[in-house]
Write a protein that binds this ligand. Sequence first.
Ligand code: COA
Length: 168
Amino acid sequence: MSDSRFSLRSATGDDTEFLADMLVAAVNWDPARPQASREQVLGDRLTAHYVEGWPRVGDLGALAVDTGGQPIGAVWLRLFSADDPGYGFVAANVPELSLGVVPPWRGRGVGRALLTEITRQAEASGFTRMCLSVERANRAFNLYAGEGFTTVESGPDSDTMIKIISRQ
Ligand SMILES: CC(C)(COP(=O)(O)OP(=O)(O)OC[C@H]1O[C@@H](n2cnc3c(N)ncnc32)[C@H](O)[C@@H]1OP(=O)(O)O)[C@@H](O)C(=O)NCCC(=O)NCCS
């Protein structure tokens, strides 16, 4: 369900801190586990490289903002190389998706709206696929599956999923 009390805009270079906040939220998606600190997330190359140097050439992103313009969620796509792959790495020309919504806004359609918007941006930029990694226990898994992502590789707890944007 969409919520008229938020709107979407493209992510800019001024949004790095909020993207980092959403990266920390994504790492800490399971409240039953010990939560990683921001310093840990940004100090570990495997997670920090999702936002390091934002925006890089080829990066795409969108923010959801409330009526006061405060960010409440973000989605972004970044290309990785085989030498420095993301958790959901598929190929160097397939950008990997990150997504997070601040807790008070979860379950109100923000995540789904952000996925629709980043798909539009990716298509407009000529990408044919996007990929991600998600733990199957995360409710985000059902959101991705419902938005057209399919599993291409299954690990013990996580799936790599892709969404075909265009077959061109
Ligand atoms: C995953 C996340 C981005 C989803 O964003 P959201 O704004 O809450 O999602 P939406 O409100 O658009 O809901 C989309 C779907 O998620 C599921 N969902 C939403 N709230 C739910 C809840 N409380 N319990 C179970 N499923 C829920 C539903 O399948 C929903 O589909 P519906 O619209 O048909 O009901 C958000 O929960 C989040 O930030 N989680 C922590 C970070 C994270 O896990 N990021 C992804 C890492 S891979």
